[in-house]
Write a protein that binds this ligand. Structure first.
Ligand SMILES: Nc1nc2c(ncn2[C@@H]2O[C@H](COP(=O)(O)OP(=O)(O)OP(=O)(O)O)[C@@H](O)[C@H]2O)c(=O)[nH]1
Length: 401
């Protein structure tokens, strides 16, 4: 598989992201680390710069130049240490890059100032400038542009000071100049490569994170779709009760369990009386409202363990595990009364809202749900035939309103 080529998003010369916002985000992300590393590097650099006071003493003795050098070194060390703490506390790699640049310029000025005070030790100073140049690029964390300008300032300043105060010949100037150019080129290319790699790595990581986020959103969307689909597959759209196929599955499992554990199991077949008349008189929409209210009353009247289902049209079925005939009859009566007293009744004028319930009780070890439903249905139609608004358990146990 050939991957599409990504557009180059890091500038070839500055080593920064072309997109300013991305660059800012990148700098923000490494802020804490840069602050810590800068602080550490500055304190170390200041200590090394200060320690050269010992070699100054051996070279100059207790002369005026020595005291001036010591004063300059103390100033540079103090400023560097103060700046290290300021950067550690308030440094912001994205908002205040100049604060991070300041110590480099102070150290550069310090190094340049050594030339007029110790012109006879130019050789060792050239080495120090080359080392400092590399350190500016590689050891003190900074932007490539900042490190380059500070390093160039150090090298040019040093050369000018060397010509001015150490009186070096043009040939020596050229040699030192070439050495400085080399140090800058090596430092610049190394830092450019590093900056480039770090930003590309950061961009890849970002991309991966975005893809992960996208994936998580997609997973959540699919889960919600799945839940909606399950809802559609299991629930009746109008009442939110279980639909027929879901009921058959769940009630079938419960009936099997009841048979296995020898616990009673009852089943209600509930039908709204004269529902056609309600529809015809008050309209289909009102009929729907009645069905919803009946579904709510059913849900409120039954236990959470009972399974309620809209079996079709104005017919409902309820599976009642662990319910024997007498309890089932009491429950059905209670349900019938609850429905007859629904507030909705007031809007229906002459029309009476009532239900007829047929109750079938599973025999010992019975697992045929269809047969149980058929028996409840037969009893329901017995109730309808006998005048409706009643609960029918068996001929001898029928309860009239
Ligand atoms: N509003 C509404 N009506 C429905 C829905 N499903 C079925 N019906 C209606 O329910 C009525 C059922 O009428 P029938 O089967 O004659 O029963 P009934 O009028 O209740 O008479 P009995 O059951 O004998 O008391 C029909 O008019 C159907 O159109 C529905 O989802 N909403």
């Amino acid at each position: 598989m050939v991957l599409p080529k990504r557009p180059e998003n890091v500038h070839w010369l500055t080593g920064q992201f072309r997109d300013a916002q991305k660059e800012r985000y990148y700098r923000d992300s490494i802020q804490a680390q840069v602050r810590f590393e800068t602080c550490l590097a500055l304190i170390l650099a200041a200590c090394i710069f200060g320690m050269f006071a010992i070699t100054d003493y051996f070279l100059l003795g207790l002369t005026r130049e020595y005291y001036l050098l010591v004063a300059m070194r103390i100033t540079v060390v103090s400023l560097s240490v103060i700046l290290a703490f300021i950067i550690a506390r308030w440094g912001s790699y994205s908002e205040r890059p100049w604060l991070h640049a300041l110590p480099l310029w102070i150290i550069a000025i310090g190094i340049i100032l050594i030339v007029p005070l110790r012109p006879e030790s130019l050789g060792s100073q050239v080495t120090a400038v080359a080392v400092a140049t590399m350190a500016f690029y590689l050891l003190i964390p900074n932007l490539l542009t900042v490190a380059t300008s500070a390093s160039l300032f150090l090298c040019v300043g040093f050369l000018v000071a060397a010509v001015e105060f150490a009186g070096i010949t043009p040939a020596v100037t050229l040699r030192i100049g070439l050495l400085m150019v080399m140090a800058n080129l090596v430092g610049f290319s190394a830092l450019l490569r590093l900056e480039n790699l770090q930003r590309k790595q950061f961009a890849l990581l970002q991309e991966e994170r975005e893809q992960n986020d996208h994936l998580l959103t997609e997973i959540a969307r699919r889960k919600s779709l799945e839940a909606q689909l399950r809802q559609l597959a299991e629930k009746d759209a109008l009442t939110g009760l279980n639909n027929r196929s879901h009921f058959m599955q769940r009630a079938g499992e419960l009936l099997q369990l009841a048979a296995a554990e020898k616990i009673p199991f009852s089943l209600f077949m509930v039908d709204v009386d004269h529902f056609k008349k309600i529809n015809d008189t008050l309209g289909h929409t009102h009929g729907d409202r009645v069905l919803k209210q009946i579904a709510e009353t059913l849900a409120d009247s039954m236990r959470p363990t009972d399974i309620i289902c809209r079996f079709g049209g104005e017919e409902f079925v309820v599976a009642l595990p662990d319910t024997a005939a007498d309890d089932a009859q009491l429950l059905a009566e209670c349900l019938r009364k609850n429905i007859a007293s629904l507030a909705l009744q007031d809007e229906m004028g002459e029309l009476m809202l009532s239900i007829t319930v047929g109750i079938a009780v599973a025999q010992d070890g019975e697992t045929d749900l269809e047969a149980l439903i058929k028996r409840a249905d037969d009893l329901l139609y017995t109730g309808k035939r006998d005048g409706r608004n009643r609960v029918v358990l068996a001929v001898d146990k029928a309860s009239n309103s």
